[in-house]
Design a protein around this ligand. Structure first.
Ligand code: FES
Length: 221
């Protein structure tokens, strides 16, 4: 049976119904296609185009523009290593090289057992925890080559892995379903924000600093 069965089509239509303009649902729809198929296939693109009344070129243009959409089958887990400037100098490059050696893959390649697809990532907006990795888009902070190897080994062995400030790791396809907008009940797992992200707020609180008034707003002074 096709991965894009009647249930998936019904859920794609449900996503379209969540927006005043159905085409606004294209991004979550592509996440749902990935969840069902393990990547965005030509058939997935055709299906989205048909449902939304778009051309396949328009849908393919979106699916090939954003790096979160994958055009080739993925492993069970997506492991990203940030090698953007700050993470790179803090050890991201070393982590990526060690994982390439350890997993015997290059960038955007999947291990022979199908467990892990490794990818270099651009800045994850988590520089306060550099160098960071992501597993199925959940953060793993302040990593080093040894902790990175330990993490991927646990994933390959199917052991329980929990993001230090996020949810229990499931699989890339399950995470894609959540990104499409179908909750898995794990949204409240882990802290909402970590201590490094809140450091500035704490300093401001201790020193009594407040934001300057908006234009036209009376000052407290
Ligand atoms: S440079 Fe890695 S999270 Fe910003």
């Amino acid at each position: 049976m096709s991965a894009l069965d009647d249930t998936v089509v019904a859920e794609l239509r449900e996503l379209m119904g969540r927006y005043p303009e159905p085409r606004s649902a294209l991004l979550p729809m592509l996440h749902l296609v990935q969840s069902a198929e393990g990547h965005v296939s030509p058939r997935g693109i055709e299906l989205c185009a048909r449902l939304l009344g778009l051309t396949t070129a328009e849908v393919a243009g979106v699916a090939t523009f954003y790096t979160m959409y994958k055009r080739r089958p993925m492993g069970t887990h997506h492991v990203g290593v940030c090698t953007n400037t700050l993470c790179a100098v803090m050890g991201g490059d070393a982590i990526f090289e060690r994982l390439c050696d350890h997993l015997d893959v290059g960038n955007d390649e999947t291990t022979e057992d199908g467990a892990v697809t490794l990818e270099r990532l651009e800045c994850n907006a988590a520089c306060d925890y550099a160098p960071v990795m992501m597993v199925n888009w959940e953060f793993f902070d302040r990593q080093d080559p040894s902790s990175a190897v330990e993490l991927v080994d646990k994933l390959r062995e199917g052991r329980r892995v929990v993001s230090p400030r996020g949810a229990t790791i499931t699989s890339w396809r399950e995470a894609e379903r959540v990104l499409a907008g179908f909750e898995d009940g794990r949204v409240d797992e882990g802290p909402a924000a970590g201590e490094a992200s809140l450091a500035g707020v704490e300093i401001a609180r201790e020193r009594g600093w407040t934001a300057p008034p908006l234009p036209g707003e009376a000052s407290d002074d």
